[in-house]
Design a protein around this ligand. Structure first.
Ligand SMILES: [Ca+2]
Ligand SMILES: [Ca+2]
Ligand SMILES: [Ca+2]
Length: 342
């Protein structure tokens, strides 16, 4: 309430927020002006967010709403709990003026942060740091693939989170527990971890992308499906005597007809042209490093695949067939090859 007595009273409002207030004469008024007869009362406002003004109709005060005055909910973080920091998407952010403003806000932050000074007592940082996701190669088809997590940083208030073509989950306890997966917009505080997931494509060697938005930043999570499976001759089954031996011959350097000679039989193979098979194996090549030593070799990877197709497991699978730098043990190799024969 501004009460103008006899004489002249001039009130200047700048960088101020007066909202959600209950002024004297009505519950829906934020500012109540009462110019007592005989006095002069002037309200000049600029760069402020002001709710409805009650200007007593008899002898009204002189009100000037100048540049930068808005009347929109400032969207405080939690006013009921006494937190009057504006939210990241508040209209007061970057809408104030630095002219005549103090150098620090009520928290001690130095003005301005972002594109300009915020109205009100607090200067928030609503611009998160950039983040990114590592692309995923060789993902199984039609499966949920989960990204690494991004950390919300560089902000002093919670920021909006949303996704396109994916689902996200948030942890606010350093990854101990996670929210349910969702594609609905939400928000996350500074320090939160956010991971993204998407459903990989049904086809081999095909990309699918989901995007996560954290405030003004966004990053894509790109997932490419596995290049193919071990049904090399495309007859609907995984067989040592055809698929396994073709892989082994390929890794020994065979091309053209010797690659498939006497291995296709008459069993309904739909991929029989040696050039087509060589192209298919070329796509699959990097995924044939089944022992995980970064090399694709006939007498290790090729033999391991052949043995797996013959049904060998454990020591019988890997004996004498591991590269010196193999990073997978028998179980790991078996799991890896199993994924290639879904
Ligand atoms: Ca600002
Ligand atoms: Ca086959
Ligand atoms: Ca290898």
């Amino acid at each position: 309430m501004v009460d103008g007595g006899v004489g002249a009273a001039v009130v200047d409002l700048k960088n101020s927020i007066i909202f959600g207030n209950n002024a004297t004469d009505a519950t829906t008024r934020d500012i109540y002006l009462d110019r007592v007869g005989g006095g002069l009362l002037t309200l000049n406002a600029s760069y402020s967010d002001l709710g409805p003004i009650s200007n007593k109709p008899t002898d009204p005060a002189n009100v000037t709403l100048g540049i930068g005055v808005i009347s929109t909910d400032p969207n405080f973080v939690n006013p009921a709990a006494g937190d009057f920091h504006p939210s990241a998407d508040s209209p007061v952010v970057d809408s104030g003026t630095a002219v005549g403003a103090p150098t620090h806000d009520l928290d001690g932050a130095i003005h301005p942060i972002g594109a300009g000074k915020d109205m009100g007592a607090f200067e928030i940082d609503a611009a998160p740091d950039a983040f990114s996701f590592t692309p995923k190669q060789g993902a199984p088809t039609e499966s949920w693939i989960v990204s690494s997590f991004a950390v919300v940083s560089g902000v002093s208030v919670p920021v909006n989170v949303s996704t396109v073509s994916g689902e996200y989950a948030i942890s606010v306890d350093g990854g101990s527990s996670w929210s349910a997966w969702t594609d609905a917009p939400g928000s996350a505080p500074s320090g939160a971890w956010i991971k993204l997931r998407l459903q990989s494509w049904v086809d081999f060697f095909s990309l699918r992308t989901a995007t996560l938005h954290i405030g003004s930043q966004s990053a894509a999570f790109v997932v490419r499906t596995i290049s193919g499976n071990l049904d090399i001759n495309l007859d609907g089954s995984y067989d040592a005597a055809s698929d396994g031996l073709i892989v082994l011959r390929c890794l020994f350097g065979f091309t053209t007809q010797p690659l498939v000679e006497n291995l296709l039989g008459d069993n309904g193979s739909q991929r029989t042209d040696p050039t087509e098979i060589a192209t298919y194996l070329g796509h699959l090549h990097s995924q044939l490093d089944v022992d995980g030593d970064t090399l694709v070799m006939a007498m290790t990877d090729g033999l391991l695949i052949l043995r797996h197709l013959l049904g060998l497991r454990g020591d019988a699978l890997v004996a004498g067939a591991l590269g010196p730098g193999a990073s997978r043990n028998a179980d790991g190799i078996s799991d890896y090859i199993t994924a290639l024969r879904p």
